[in-house]
Design a protein around this ligand. Structure first.
Ligand SMILES: [Zn+2]
Length: 425
């Protein structure tokens, strides 16, 4: 198949008149052509597929339902637990398929699913102990996107505290039972397996090296809330970052999610070890978490990725813009990140174990996202700056592995709003 782009975001520049050829879902040539010929025309500016590096699919069901009485991160978490109590593999498949379809509509071609809702209510095992994980993998396939299932170790309700009744669904009892279950997960052509440490609250110190030693990408929620830092400091005399460093967990395979409340020494430990940082700024704003030191982390050496996390919105263009806006608000300076840096963060597949993806070049998967430049939001914008003007509503066509999943702003599964409403209802 051939695709013609009036404008394309290539690794080195925005180019006009670009012809992309693919065979079996992999890009085989990228050349210039003044007219499309027999190629499929992708309108506007074409980006590599977006990577949503941090997702909890079921949190989507809380959107627009948790603002009535204010509250805190911790009262929001109680609502999330009520929801977690009600899902089974069939209902989670339907919800996740709709959420992943919403992601496809937003130009997301790969999701990192930070998955901890493993077992039946009360902690009973399903006949397939990975029934929930396999439901998520099937949901991504049917929504037409790639997934990295970051199977999450979750063993404690807090440092030295047992899991609560709800949290029994999250726990495998001990880290070796977690590892044995994860070894049975089935990858697929669209699905790779990674691991996650839920947090230093939920994984005891002795278990950290076992999860961190997983052969693949490893993610961890890190210092999202000051209370986590306080608990870690009082129990271990270390910040969460220092505790992970002691466990040998830092490094290029690890991605620290949020990384909001860090000391200067934490930033240096993360950056010098090339540990990734995944910011989720719309969630961090929604949950009143705070603004993390994104520029400092990148300057120290941490690659930046982005996630929609609890899905208050699903829009990687807004996440990218929110990182830059957070920097502007906390420093009083504009242009803290270049647009190229923001696009690199939006397409950061290495954090999800797909290092070959995220660029329009020969050998990369044919994952293409066409963003219109003629809508009420984008008209008049310079292509090089359109990331700071466009939203997910401007995504017109999405190609994943050479397959057109979204065309004219519509998903191959049909109207996704009713699918979401039905699954959430
Ligand atoms: Zn999260």
């Amino acid at each position: 198949m051939k695709y013609w782009c009036p404008l394309a975001w290539l690794p080195s520049r925005v180019a006009s008149g670009v012809l992309v050829s693919e065979v079996d879902g992999v890009i085989t040539s990228v050349g210039s052509a003044t007219d499309p010929g027999d190629a499929i025309v992708l309108p506007g500016l074409v980006f590599p597929g977006f990577a949503n590096a941090h997702s909890h699919a079921f949190h989507r069901a809380l959107r627009g339902r948790t603002h009535g009485d204010g509250g805190t991160f911790w009262t929001w978490r109680e609502k999330m637990y009520d929801l977690a109590d009600r899902l089974d593999p069939d209902s989670y498949y339907l919800l996740a398929r709709a959420v992943y379809a919403e992601m496809a509509l937003a130009g997301i071609t790969c999701v990192g699913e930070f998955h901890y809702l493993h077992h039946a209510p009360g902690g009973a095992r399903y006949r397939d102990p990975n029934a929930m994980g396999h439901a998520l993998i099937a949901a991504a396939q049917d929504a037409g996107i790639r997934i990295t299932l970051l199977d999450t170790c979750y063993l404690a309700g807090g440092i030295d505290q047992p899991v609560s009744l709800t949290q029994q669904r999250f726990s495998d009892g001990d880290v070796f039972a977690w590892a044995a279950r994860v070894a049975e997960l089935r990858p697929a052509s669209h699905a790779r397996i990674g691991a996650a440490i839920h947090s230093v609250r939920a994984v005891p110190r002795a278990a950290l090296p076992v999860v961190a030693g997983f052969d693949g990408p490893v993610h961890v929620h890190l210092s999202e809330q000051p209370a986590e830092n306080d608990a870690c400091l009082s129990a271990y005399g270390r910040t969460p970052t220092e505790l992970l460093a002691d466990a040998g967990a830092l490094g290029e395979r690890l991605t620290a999610v949020h990384a909001t409340h860090l000391t200067a020494s934490d930033v240096s430990l993360l950056g010098s070890s090339r540990t990734g940082a995944c910011f989720c700024p719309t969630t961090e704003a929604d949950l009143a978490d705070g603004i993390g030191p994104a520029r400092e982390l990148v300057d120290a050496g941490s690659p930046l990725s982005l996630g929609s996390d609890q899905h208050a919105v699903i829009d990687m263009l807004l996440e990218a813009r929110a990182v830059e806006h957070g920097e502007r608000l906390r420093t009083g300076q504009r242009g803290r990140f270049t647009v190229s840096e923001l696009v690199a963060a939006m397409t950061a597949h290495t954090a999800l174990g797909w290092p070959e993806a995220g660029r329009i070049e020969v050998g990369a998967p044919a994952d293409l996202v066409a963003v219109r430049l003629d809508t009420v939001r984008t008209a008049g914008s310079l292509p090089e700056q359109a990331v700071l003007a466009a939203t997910a509503s401007d995504v017109d066509t999405v190609v994943v592995g050479g397959r057109v999943v979204v065309r004219g702003g519509g998903h191959a599964l049909g109207d996704i709003g009713p699918l979401l409403a039905e699954a959430i209802g």
